[in-house]
Design a protein around this ligand. Structure first.
Ligand code: SF4
Length: 160
């Protein structure tokens, strides 16, 4: 079961979006130099569909919901993303910040608009450093192929 520690409305994590960032605990990635090492602990409040809907209702004006973490249970992240799609009828963009190098097989791209991949590596820096190893992808539908998607690297948007 996923748990979250807190939420913030942020403007930089997803370019051109007003994002409700949900900070999820129990992170299994253990990146050296992690900016939020407390997120490795199994702490916080259970994040289920009802709680998620309440969080969205409490934050009017947002355009995007981002799951910050959740690598302990990508299947549940995928389910919650699907829930946002269905209940909001595509009103909100959906994003996931994963600390893994590769995208989990539990993730169905059709439920997401943005996916960030890559662990934090101190020497290479975060997304806004041009030397970063991390990547932010926009999930794009291939026209005429309704169930086919590509991940377009938009990391350079952080460097302008
Ligand atoms: S994925 Fe993020 S929260 Fe998890 S250890 Fe790495 S930097 Fe910290």
């Amino acid at each position: 079961m996923l748990k979250y520690v807190d939420t913030r409305v942020v403007f930089a994590e997803i370019p051109d979006e007003i994002t409700l960032a949900i900070n999820i605990s129990n992170c299994p990635c253990h990146c050296r130099g992690c900016h939020s090492s407390y997120l490795a602990e199994d702490i916080g409040t259970i994040l289920d569909k009802d709680i998620l809907i309440n969080l969205i209702r409490e934050n009017r004006g947002i355009t995007c919901i981002a799951f910050m973490g959740g690598d302990s249970n990508p299947e549940e992240i995928n389910d919650l993303a699907f829930c946002i799609r269905v209940l909001s009828e595509y009103q909100y963009k959906v994003a996931w910040y994963s600390g893994r190098q590769e995208l989990s097989k539990e993730i169905d791209l059709k439920n997401f608009d943005y996916i960030k991949l890559g662990p934090y590596i101190e020497e290479w820096g975060p997304l806004d450093n041009p030397t970063t190893n991390q990547r932010l992808y926009e999930v794009c539908r291939i026209s005429k192929l309704p169930d086919k998607f590509i991940m377009k690297d938009i990391t350079s948007k952080f460097w302008k």
